[in-house]
Design a protein around this ligand. Structure first.
Ligand code: DOR
Length: 429
């Protein structure tokens, strides 16, 4: 990217560098070259009244490519990500076929280069075919460009297998992203609580997640692997992550916008839309997981963007596929439900969506000279309704459909290129 331009007059907020004020940001050759007051340039973008944050980073997404391009493609998934302010995304390997060989990793990365609007990283499978039996060739996967390993979508079959996987991942230098559910306990479709009982829907107990989280954390401590616990949804799992994190710097954890804003009350609708793994939890868990995010016990937010075709969601809860769209509503849902409700400072939300996952992924999530110009402009005053026709994802399965949210992404930049533009800025970058 060779152009130069100045984003003028936005309220720049970056907890990583301590920036917080009305400032101008100069972008040169795809990188931030200067930050300060009174900057001018040949090309200027008037951003007065808007906020400017480091681009959001989503460590957990399903772009369904290869195999289910009817649900999402790299083009549509990355357009949805850009519309949500995300500048980097990690793609999960539970595709068809599963991303478990070096050829599949390099093939996917070639497609990303051609088709993605945002930076996209490949999490390859921990086990061949996600079957929990044979480990993948992690060293070769890494050489092919894999960024992490994960069996996401499934919990791991046994502690012994998981321990070997962690040892191997450690020697290959890859982080392990873990979906913690014990499938001998997670036999239902929703959280096993009062709402499920009243609705007559089979539930999975919270212990299905907590037992698997505890196992993973114990093994992480023993093996020294770099382990990230994704989509933490219970108060106990959040507390377990906190206890182990205090003793092990290689552990991190995230939770999702939906677990922070929705509860298992929605099970009462019997609508397959609301099935997700791990399931929506009772209000008490939602509040305590939110506190864990606020105080840093949980490091960041990841969306678990999981597109599904209508025929997989327009079903009774027990039969529906689990998963929600996440990219396009993440910031607004969290801003509306947590920041405006006084439960999370805006600066912590930016840290949890940009700085912390950016650091986890590499040298990202910072606004400072020399850093890539991965940025998001947000209008915190805009109210909008989540309408199916306006989503850029190929799928429609958002649990926020019809909701009014506050805070909207007006522009997203990746390496200085405007990959999402609701301002009509037409910078031609
Ligand atoms: O609800 C979920 N859907 N949770 C997962 O972990 C996987 C995802 C999917 O791939 O649909």
């Amino acid at each position: 990217m060779s152009g130069e331009f100045v984003i003028r007059g936005a309220r720049v907020l970056d907890p990583a560098t301590g920036l917080d004020g009305e400032l101008d940001v100069r972008v040169t050759g795809g990188r931030i070259s200067e930050v300060g007051p009174g900057l001018s340039g040949v090309r200027e973008l008037d951003a007065a009244g808007l906020h400017l944050f480091p681009g959001f980073v989503d460590v957990h997404a399903h772009w369904r490519t290869p195999g289910r391009e009817d649900e999402e493609t790299i083009e549509s998934g990355s357009a949805a990500a850009a519309a949500g302010g995300f500048t980097s995304v990690v793609m999960m390997p539970n595709t068809e076929p599963v991303i478990d060989s070096p050829a599949l990793v390099s093939g996917l990365l070639r497609r990303v280069e051609r088709e993605s609007r945002v930076r996209a990283y490949v999490a390859a499978a921990l086990h061949e075919g996600l079957r929990g039996e044979r480990l993948t060739e992690m060293q070769l996967l890494r050489e092919a460009g894999a960024f992490a390993v994960s069996d996401d979508g499934l919990g791991t079959a046994s502690a012994g297998v998981l321990r070997n996987g962690m040892l191997y991942a450690r020697s290959a230098g890859l982080p392990v992203i873990l979906h913690c559910e014990d499938h001998t306990l997670a036999t239902g479709a929703v959280h096993d609580g009062a709402v499920a009982a009243l609705a007559g829907v089979p539930g999975s107990p919270a212990s299905a997640e907590d037992v698997a989280t505890a196992t993973a954390l114990v093994l992480a401590a023993e093996t020294g692997a770099r382990v990230h616990i994704t989509h933490v949804s219970t108060a106990l799992s959040a507390a377990l992550v906190g206890w182990f994190k205090d003793r092990n710097p290689n552990i991190t954890g995230d939770t999702t916008p939906h677990h922070l804003t929705l509860t298992d009350e929605l099970v009462g609708t019997l609508d397959g839309m609301y099935r997700v793994n791990p399931p929506l939890r009772p209000e008490e868990d939602r509040l305590l997981v939110g506190e864990a995010l606020a105080d840093g016990t949980l490091d960041f937010v990841a969306t678990d963007h999981a597109p599904h075709a209508p025929e997989e969601k327009e079903l009774p809860l027990q039969e529906a596929s689990p998963g929600f769209l996440g990219h396009e509503t993440a910031f607004a849902a969290l801003y509306t439900e947590l920041v405006l409700e006084g439960r999370l400072p805006l600066a912590r939300l930016v840290q949890a969506m940009s700085c912390a996952p950016g650091r986890w992924i590499g040298e990202q999530g910072r606004i400072e000279p020399g850093a890539p110009a991965d940025l998001v402009l947000v209008d915190l005053s805009e109210e909008w309704e989540v309408r199916p026709g306006e989503l850029l994802s190929r799928s429609r399965n958002t649990p926020y459909l019809g909701r009014r949210l506050t805070g909207r992404i007006t522009g997203t930049f990746v390496g200085g290129e405007m990959v999402h533009d609701r301002m009509g800025a037409k910078l031609g970058l």
